[in-house]
Design a protein around this ligand. Structure first.
Ligand code: ADP
Ligand code: MG
Length: 224
């Protein structure tokens, strides 16, 4: 009975994925088709149309590459890494974007030992996803605090604390569902992929949120 339950869970997951992929890829496809027709008819500004076509292709590419991450067993390359340095790198990468959106990134790293055996590229991707989500949750600007601390046992905790619009209860339970997004330009893959990557590191992700107050995403990782 339990086996069957697990099986049907898998099917619905596959069904969800298939529906999501079809939907996410059909939209840019439709737009590409339309612009190709426009170019063929000789109307309007070709270079502008080519730009749109390129960005639609990029959208498809991003979805495909994120899905491939789930499809094939990843060769995770673990190296001993200072999480502090990794966070600094990612913040440098995203700071301009944050400033454009009126978001101040505040770091509170303390003096904690933060050495972790991890796949640097995967964890970077996780941090990028959570920082982007935080910035996107503050359309009128705000603060994102990134705090490093100790978790329970031999773990470290990285908290991403925003004062954005928060996550309603009904959405909280759907976080991590493939293609679940509340954003016009979102693809709803970031959280799911991040959770998978963290679990590959034997870590955990916790979410706590209050509407109109903000959201805290906590990443717990085993210490090296
Ligand atoms: P996307 O960002 O493309 O929508 P994600 O998987 O990254 O996809 O996030 C899924 C959804 O979770 C978002 O659309 C949003 O509704 C919600 N969410 C995630 N992080 C936050 C956050 N920090 N504040 C508010 N909502 C969030
Ligand atoms: Mg996102």
């Amino acid at each position: 009975e339990e086996e069957r339950l697990i099986q049907s869970d898998k099917l619905s997951m596959a069904g969800q994925l298939a529906a999501g992929i079809a939907h996410e890829i059909r939209n840019p496809m439709t737009s590409i088709k339309g612009f190709v027709q426009l170019i063929r008819s000789g109307a309007g500004r070709k270079d502008q149309y080519f730009d749109i076509i390129s960005s639609e292709i990029e959208r498809i590419e991003l979805i495909v590459s994120e899905l491939l991450f789930l499809a094939k067993p990843q060769s995770v390359k673990f190296e001993r890494t200072d999480i502090r340095q990794l966070l600094e790198q990612v913040i440098t990468l995203l700071n301009t974007q944050a400033i454009i959106h009126n978001v101040e990134i505040i770091t509170d790293f303390g003096a904690h030992e933060a050495s972790v055996d991890c796949d640097v590229n995967h964890l970077k991707q996780v941090f990028i996803n959570f920082i982007k989500n935080a910035v996107e949750s503050m359309p009128d600007g705000g603060e994102l605090t990134i705090r490093l601390g100790r978790g329970e046992g031999h773990t470290i905790a990285i908290h991403f604390i925003d004062n954005g619009y928060g996550i309603p209860e009904s959405i909280l339970s759907r976080l991590g569902e493939p293609f679940f997004t509340t954003k016009e330009k979102g693809n709803g893959l970031g959280f799911m992929i991040s959770k998978k990557m963290i679990e590959d590191h034997k870590g955990e992700v916790h979410v706590s949120s209050k509407l109109q107050v903000g959201t805290t995403i906590s990443v717990i990782l085993p210490m090296a």
